[in-house]
Write a protein that binds this ligand. Sequence first.
Ligand SMILES: [Cu+2]
Length: 130
Amino acid sequence: MSPLNTLLALAGAAFLASTACGQKQADPTTTSSAPSTGESVAGAKRVPIEVNGKGFTPSTVNVAKGEPTTLVFKRTSNETCATEVVFPELKIEKKLPLNEAVAFEVPTDQSRTLSFQCGMGMYKSKVVIQ
Ligand SMILES: [Cu+2]
């Protein structure tokens, strides 16, 4: 192998390594120091939602149409069957690990009501976009 080919092979390997690394950083886990009020991160409003034995709190979230909004779910109890959140209209399911912030970006492009619930549909809440 010529020195030039070796160099190209090394550059290719470095590129592949950096690409694989970039994919691992896609996890949007936030820091635990986030305040509970509607704080702005990258222009998006963040709405904290607590998940415990009573279900989801608050049970209704009002969102302005067109305003980038992220719901941040946090399950704080093991005494609940809501170990995941399901958005039936969007066909989206997200696992809710205990005490871990799970972000969900609300599609605010149109006025509508999106419900979200636990895996069995016992606890029901909604996001009202208008
Ligand atoms: Cu349930």
